[in-house]
Design a protein around this ligand. Structure first.
Ligand code: HEC
Ligand code: HEC
Ligand code: HEC
Ligand code: HEC
Ligand code: HEC
Ligand code: HEC
Ligand code: HEC
Length: 324
């Protein structure tokens, strides 16, 4: 008699199990752990000798002494970060003048022009999948573009010495979110960096988002760009950061069945999932987005269970009546 609902319940669990564990964290990251050996290792060590840690030394020929000093934090370049970055196969002097080998560095080097991304990647077929030109066009429409006269460039977000693509390659969603948000937080949680470019600017992210419940949890589960960029169909990571008035504030933009996250954060993966025909799989896999998790199989199943429960009650009542 009770076999049917129990069987159904087991089936329910089985469907849930194939949908994957609900926790998105704790996954093992699939990065290449083999250590990269740069053809310019020796050459770069000339620079790393001073720029690789918080202290450096040089000999003062006038005094005939060795001087030890502190390297300012912004001038420290970690070897691990550099050799793990997208541009790890470069020599420092591919981007910087070879005259930097001299110390003290000649003063005019400070005025040296830097390459920008498009100088190298623009119109290059090998990098077509990244759509550099479209990203550039979006960036030109973004709120930061007007700050170029104060030194803002693509490099402001893409640290030349550690930038590494994540969204495209990483299987660890939480880690990707953390990485991407730290890009924004580097400035938006540091008043002195903001004031370099905007005299009246503020760096009070927590208070500016006090309308968002469970803020810490949200910032761990979505990226800043989810709410602040215009959704783009053609590029993977939207780059057009809109004015603050246009940012997403409505809860059901995400907490609904056609969640905007399907076109942004979950875009790359959801494409693969769609091919498998299990549209909502990704949402069930990675995190529980209230309202967005409706899955048609589970929906049908819950209706079946609902009917089954009534059937059991009905049969029960019938037997009672018969027994009386
Ligand atoms: C003997 C130590 C030493 C060595 C070797 C050294 N640097 Fe520096 N570098 C410094 C110090 C100290 C500063 C900050 C003060 C300054 O700008 O002179 C600096 C500043 C810089 C800056 C920033 C300049 C600016 O615009 O403010 C760059 C870029 C740089 N170094 C690149 C290099 C490169 C590339 C190499 C290797 C070819 C290198 N450095 C080797 C000590 C060194
Ligand atoms: C892909 C090009 C590229 C490579 C390779 C590169 N740099 Fe840079 N570097 C830049 C750019 C661009 C800037 C200016 C960043 C900015 O304006 O925000 C910079 C800035 C710096 C600065 C000034 C501090 C800062 O971060 O703004 C130092 C010091 C420096 N580089 C040292 C090095 C050393 C040492 C290496 C090799 C280990 C190296 N760079 C390799 C592009 C590069
Ligand atoms: C001096 C030329 C140069 C500049 C400037 C430059 N890149 Fe690159 N970039 C390259 C080259 C060359 C490679 C391939 C490196 C390799 O395969 O080892 C590369 C690799 C990459 C990759 C990895 C591509 C892949 O398929 O592995 C990304 C992403 C990237 N660059 C983004 C940028 C961004 C963003 C900027 C500007 C912030 C930038 N690059 C600036 C020359 C450059
Ligand atoms: C306001 C910050 C910001 C600025 C400015 C910015 N980017 Fe990005 N960019 C990001 C973030 C965040 C990502 C996502 C990184 C990840 O997870 O892979 C990204 C990703 C990328 C990627 C990889 C996309 C992919 O398909 O994998 C490329 C290429 C890129 N940016 C190029 C550029 C270029 C070119 C510029 C300047 C015209 C630029 N970015 C300016 C924040 C920025
Ligand atoms: C859930 C959507 C959402 C997320 C996630 C989000 N923001 Fe916002 N943000 C907004 C909205 C909406 C506003 C406008 C708030 C208001 O009404 O003043 C805003 C305002 C801002 C402002 C302007 C503050 C001011 O008034 O000067 C900045 C800067 C900002 N956000 C940066 C960030 C950064 C950095 C992150 C990631 C750590 C982030 N935001 C994450 C929705 C979001
Ligand atoms: C190099 C520093 C820097 C980085 C990195 C940076 N920003 Fe900004 N951002 C600024 C400055 C400076 C302003 C102007 C501040 C002001 O006017 O109050 C600004 C303004 C904004 C605004 C407000 C626009 C308005 O309408 O006033 C938003 C939203 C914003 N940034 C989002 C982001 C997001 C999202 C990221 C990461 C993808 C990011 N920023 C990365 C420096 C930065
Ligand atoms: C940019 C998309 C987005 C927007 C906008 C958004 N949320 Fe969320 N929210 C999420 C995601 C993703 C999670 C999943 C958190 C997790 O992993 O547990 C979440 C989780 C939550 C949770 C559970 C928090 C917890 O304890 O983990 C609540 C409650 C919530 N959201 C309420 C809201 C409300 C109310 C609003 C509107 C003011 C809102 N959200 C706007 C994406 C969003």
């Amino acid at each position: 008699m009770m076999k049917l609902p129990v069987g159904l319940f087991c089936l329910f669990l089985a469907v849930h199990a194939t949908a994957g564990p609900v926790s998105g964290s704790g996954q093992v990251q699939s990065t290449d752990t083999a250590r990269f050996v740069s053809p310019f290792h020796e050459k770069n060590e000339i620079c790393f000798k001073c720029h690789g840690q918080d202290r450096y030394e040089y000999s003062n020929e006038n005094l005939g002494t060795v001087v030890k000093d502190i390297m300012c934090t912004d001038r420290i370049i970690g070897r691990d970060g550099f050799y793990g970055s997208n541009h790890r196969s470069f020599a420092c002097t591919d981007c910087h003048s070879a005259d930097y080998a001299v110390f003290p560095h000649p003063g005019e080097l400070r005025m040296e022009l830097k390459y920008n991304c498009l100088d190298c990647h623009g119109g290059d077929e090998a990098f077509a999948t990244y759509s550099f030109e479209e990203i550039d066009a979006e960036y030109r429409e973004s709120v930061h573009y007007r700050l170029e006269e104060y030194g803002f460039t693509c490099w402001s977000c893409h640290d030349p010495h550690s930038y590494m693509i994540k969204t495209r390659n990483s299987s660890n969603l939480r880690e990707t979110i953390l990485y991407d948000n730290n890009i924004c937080m580097k400035c938006h949680s540091d008043l002195s960096r903001i004031r370099l470019m905007a005299e009246e600017g503020e760096a009070d992210i927590v208070n500016k988002h006090d309308w968002l419940p469970n803020q810490a949890s949200h910032f761990r589960s979505v990226r800043c760009i989810e709410c602040h960029t215009r959704i783009s169909d053609s590029i993977l990571v939207a780059h057009q950061i809109m004015k603050k008035e246009e940012a997403v504030k409505l809860c059901n933009e995400c907490h609904s069945q056609n969640s905007l996250l399907m076109a942004s954060l979950y875009k790359f993966k959801s494409k693969e999932q769609r091919r498998d025909g299990f549209l909502n799989g990704i949402i069930l896999n990675e995190s529980y987005v209230i309202g967005a998790n409706r899955n048609k199989y589970l929906n049908i199943l819950s209706i079946v269970i609902f009917i089954a429960v009534f059937a059991v009650i009905g049969v029960h009542i019938v037997f009672r009546i018969i027994r009386k």
